[in-house]
Design a protein around this ligand. Structure first.
Ligand SMILES: CC(C)(COP(=O)(O)OP(=O)(O)OC[C@H]1O[C@@H](n2cnc3c(N)ncnc32)[C@H](O)[C@@H]1OP(=O)(O)O)[C@@H](O)C(=O)NCCC(=O)NCCS
Length: 173
């Protein structure tokens, strides 16, 4: 599906044409590479492959001029969905692409009568928390010591923040 995204190429804005497509196993190496370059806690190829191979999941990529610049992994259930991960290539952050991926995925979920999206994020991931808040997600609970975090060879734990968004709120925006 072609998308026209108004990117925030500050200080000006411009209309950029991207494609929003289903993610398949043939794109795994590209997303593994985005993950390594652009995420502080990268998923492994095995984790990504298992998620993409699961036909119940809804996984999408955003493509700009034949280059994958981001992707999203979601697990739908009856009337809600969990976003497992969303990553935008480091060279394309803060241009509205992440927001666009969430909006387009929400439209697909809405077609399946899904009303609510949940996301869990590390407490230390302030940029992602700010991103979700900007889209209207609200914090609903804390999972104490949910994530492991390696620091100076010590394995320590950190909290997860559970956030929720009603899709109707986002789509009517
Ligand atoms: C989180 C992420 C997907 C956001 O993607 P993005 O394309 O950069 O986000 P957008 O450009 O759509 O940002 C929309 C708004 O979110 C907020 N935001 C995004 N990144 C932010 C940052 N680093 N610091 C503060 N606010 C931020 C801002 O309000 C921004 O609007 P603005 O640019 O007009 O100020 C991207 O930073 C990323 O890939 N992070 C690494 C992977 C990750 O942590 N994923 C989340 C896993 S739970």
């Amino acid at each position: 599906m072609r998308l026209a995204i108004i990117t925030k190429t500050k200080p000006t804005t411009k209309l950029i044409s991207t494609s929003f497509n289903k993610l398949s196993l043939k794109e795994i190496d590209s997303i593994v590479s985005i993950e390594k370059d652009s995420s502080e806690h990268p998923w492994t190829k095995k984790q990504l492959s298992e998620s993409v191979a699961n036909s119940n999941n809804l996984n999408y990529i955003l493509v700009l001029e034949s280059k994958i610049i981001g992707y999203i992994l979601a697990i739908p259930s009856i009337d809600s969905a969990d976003i497992l991960n969303i990553v935008i290539h480091k060279d394309f952050k803060r241009k509205g692409f992440g927001s666009s991926l969430i909006v387009e995925t929400s439209k697909e979920l809405n077609k399946k009568k899904i009303k609510t999206i949940f996301i869990e994020v590390r407490k230390s991931n302030l940029s992602a928390i700010s991103f979700y808040l900007s889209l209207g997600f609200q914090e609903i609970s804390i999972r104490k010591n949910y994530y492991s975090k390696n620091s100076n060879q010590l394995s320590i734990r950190e909290d997860g923040i559970m956030m929720r968004l009603e899709i109707s709120q986002l789509i009517k925006k």
